[in-house]
Design a binder for this molecule. Structure first.
Ligand code: PMP
Length: 304
């Protein structure tokens, strides 16, 4: 879907007009995938826009940078403030927010030691990533022929731009085969996650989601929905899943900042009851919490 421009993009400390937020073709990260980024959402709430779990997203950005040994030129507090300023500059009630830190123009070659780090924050309006009816209709999953990164190859805990070559290969393969989203297994054959979402199954009342160690990103939505499922009286186990666990699940759902809570209606053409009762209730609760509708979670709704 084409991007919808907003008035400004924050670049290295100032808001610049959208069309002027440009970089050199010899930007280091463009060539070597050495950037780190985040995906955040701002939602309309009764008291104006709220940026959901902004501080936690910026903390993960810092952890990604630490894994790359990338020295962040701004503190986490400064990046939180800059994100708020950028969201406010759009005049929008709700938007997707993309902070990215990258090695800019100046040197080529694989070493990043001593290179200048640039930071940008952009916002744009973006509907639910897997479609606005993903909760009711569900999405079709395909087990990918691509494996998820191994911890000793490309650390999945770091949200680096280079890691998303793996996600993109899997996503394109799934779309071309007529599916909506790909499930990536790790090198041991265990389910890791989807190309841009964490995965949950419900089987005989037991809810399971693969852990970071299986190759999943430590998802902020995964953490949020684990709390919400707890409120609904369900315990979530971080545990190993194999593909047949998905084929036989009573319900399955995907979660992520972009995809929110999306139901799964089939895996490799094996139907799954959709939308399941737990998925439906969870999606409603999530939609309410992110829009500031639940006092117990208002501390996660950060004001620009
Ligand atoms: N896994 C991958 C590979 C992702 O790109 C994302 C989106 N950031 C997620 C999981 C979900 O993470 P979050 O809930 O923090 O958006």
């Amino acid at each position: 879907m084409p991007l919808t421009p907003t008035p400004f993009i924050w670049m290295n400390g100032s808001l610049v007009p959208w069309d002027e937020a440009q970089i050199h073709v010899l930007t280091h990260t463009l060539h070597y995938g050495t950037g780190v980024f985040e995906g955040i959402r701002a939602y309309p709430t009764p008291d104006g826009p709220g940026i959901f779990r902004l501080t936690d997203h910026i903390a993960r950005l810092k952890r990604s940078a630490d894994i790359l040994m990338m020295p962040m030129p701004y503190s986490e507090d400064e990046l939180v403030a800059a994100t708020k300023q950028t969201v406010a500059s759009t005049g929008l009630d709700g938007c997707y927010v993309r902070p990215i830190a990258y090695y800019g123009y100046g040197e080529m070659g694989l070493s990043t030691i001593g290179l200048k780090v640039d930071v940008a924050i952009a916002c744009w309006p973006w509907g639910s990533y897997l479609g606005d009816d993903a909760v009711t209709k569900g999405v079709k999953l395909k087990i990918s022929s691509w494996q998820r990164h191994d911890h000793n190859i490309m650390p999945p805990a770091a949200k680096t731009t280079g890691n998303y070559v793996n996600s993109s290969l899997a996503k394109v393969e799934a779309l071309n085969a007529g599916y909506d989203e790909a499930v990536l297994l790790n090198r041991a054959g265990l389910i890791a996650e989807c190309s841009g979402e964490n995965l949950f199954t419900v089987s005989n009342g037991r809810i399971t989601t693969p852990p970071l160690h299986a190759g999943a990103l430590e998802g902020i939505t995964q953490h949020t929905v684990t709390r919400l499922l707890g409120d609904m009286g369900h315990e979530v186990v971080e545990g190993n899943l194999v593909r047949s666990d998905l084929y036989t699940a009573d319900e399955a759902f995907l979660v992520g900042t972009a995809a929110e809570v999306s139901a799964v209606n089939s895996v490799d053409d094996r139907p799954i009851a959709c939308p399941g009762a737990i998925t439906t209730e969870l999606a409603e609760r999530y939609a309410n919490v992110v829009r500031g509708g639940d006092d117990a979670y208002l501390h996660w709704v950060e004001r620009p």
